[in-house]
Design a protein around this ligand. Sequence first.
Ligand SMILES: [Ca+2]
Ligand SMILES: [Ca+2]
Ligand SMILES: [Ca+2]
Ligand SMILES: [Ca+2]
Ligand SMILES: [Zn+2]
Length: 713
Amino acid sequence: MKKNLLAIAALLALNVNAQHFCGTDEYVQRKAASSPEMAKQLNDMYVKMDAYRTAPKPASRAAKTIIYVPVVFHVIHNNKAYGVGENISDEQVQSQIDALNRDFALQAADTSTIPAEFKPLAANTYVQFCLAKFDPQGNPTNGIERIAFSKISWNNENEIESQMKPSTIWDRKKYLNIWTCVMGGDFNNGGMVLAYATLPYFTSNTTDGVVARYNTVGTTGTLMGSQKGGRTIVHEVGHWLGLLHIWGNQAGCYDGTFNTTDFIDDTPDQYDKYFGCPSYPQYSCGTSNMFVNHMDYTDDNCRTMFTKDQADVMYNTINTGGSRASFKTAISNCYYSIDGAMRAVLLPTDTICNLSFKPVIEVKNEGIATINSATIFYKIDNGTFQSIPFNKTLGIQDKSYITLPLQTVTAGDHTLTVTFEKPNGITIDDNTANDILTVNFYAYDGGFALPAPILEDFELGNFPPDNWTIDNKGTANTWEGGQASAYNYGFYSAVINNMNYTSNPKGTRDALITDDYDVSQIGMPNLKFDMAYCRVNVNRYDSLAIYYSFDCGMQWNLIYKNGGTAIATAPDQTAFFIPEDTQWRSINLPLPATVGQNKVRFKFENISNWGNALYLDNINIYGTPLSAINNTIAKVDVSVYPNPASDFVYISLPTIHPFTKVEVFNIMGQKISSQNISQRVVELNTQLLSNGTYFIRLTGNNIIQHESLIISK
Ligand SMILES: [Ca+2]
Ligand SMILES: [Ca+2]
Ligand SMILES: [Ca+2]
Ligand SMILES: [Ca+2]
Ligand SMILES: [Zn+2]
């Protein structure tokens, strides 16, 4: 123990100049010191939280109904133009909402880096956030208020509490208020404070909410060095929903007092905060510390998870009464009641290399009510509208791809107009502004497409294969024929050597582009391939991105992107990597947006960062049966995460879905497990599965759907 404390002392000494990060503790302590009544409220809060800490916890967590919290951003600026300095752009604000929703749903890509011992504790909170669509008077808004004060900098808590907040706050019972501004003065002294929040206790109608420096907001725009992930505000909203810092509110191992605990059972006892991003593991108080928790002080690229108990505390802060209970029903400040939306046209885009094609559109339920039916109208140029019925079920925020019937046009310029109308049979929905889209496109005959299924195993030995192309960026080192073949079948593959830094500097994108394929006759198209890769070391790793194109490569749609350890099949090595027979993995990507298409090509893009060699082999485009319900409608929007998975995996289904059973099969077709579906999110324990590719089969009345699952430990 003594050794541990010495190590901690050394750590703190190193970080003496580090940022203070969060002012919530000090804010709360000052509040408590301001009156005996406040002090009593703080103690009452601790007593309540301690009762939760010691209460028995459920062995497993059921999926919950998502609670949507309307948010208003007050962008406080000193008479700056839109998008300049602290008058941050709408895009930057939206990127913060996206970051909140990503992290509160445990959906960030870097959750794959959570250490294995903490992974089983990482949780979806079932709390989501939306920019307000209606202000307190019921008028339309985008949820972003821009307010000019003639004030260069907000220099202490009192200025914010007595001036900024009371003059701008929206009803704290209907909106989470987030203020962004320039913070200086006291906030720069004794360690920089980036943000602070009010807790769900001693709430005041004039000050409740989160304040953050403008350059910690979201993931785009001007951001401070280590705050580029939108996680300053994720941390603060954790406070706003009732969480304390993971080490408690003062340094020390838990000693039975209220100051040395976070009142959360499944976060390990921790002596003090961590800064930066320490290497794993770190020990104090006899535990391996969870410095990747959102309630620590580590950098944005280090904090990746809330625990199950933290998730329950936040959810219950709203769900079981108290000062935030009104948020259970505040969703009508964000969404209309019935609102179907025509979201996007995926095909045709600007130019298509085909005179006959099936348009692909994306529709979304942007209202609160579930949509069970609607009508889709479409026309080319000034023709008459045709229609098809939409009879899928879309819960709130659910979206779906629809493939329309075959259209034939002459070479030249055209328009496609599509509408999503009559949701649930009503004549017009509550928001008609998002019902219609018109796109312009140019069509020409781009020639023949090979009918799928196809398999390219590179065994003819010519590279690139016939009608494939290489897009070489940088000066040398690009895709070439590889002298290794997946799983010891054959002799050849495709490979790119990333070790030459001068010819392929960081960020160079070398692409291997396939021929065109006709996938219209194979049901649900899938792209399956084998890959092998290793890094050089933690700083030298590359990425793989995969795209498809409907227009012979004019525009590309991303379907896969991963890098570093997430794609590695072998340990780091400094010598040129030649994979062993076992150092390969298979990846399968279902492609619902390509259903029925007669011309699709694919691009495999290597993004260099001076790592080792990346191999591809056995590129296979094949079909699985479409659902028997409606061939014009693509599959149910199911997400499987994390994927690749190690010890557990979640299958997330739309709010209303047709499935009753989930089964897991290995690549030999042997059934591994089977269970009935009783929750919208199904948790599968995969601890006993060895590395490899598996198939998840979802079965319901008259429908079967497959998802692929990679186990990688
Ligand atoms: Ca704890
Ligand atoms: Ca609408
Ligand atoms: Ca091969
Ligand atoms: Ca190159
Ligand atoms: Zn904090």
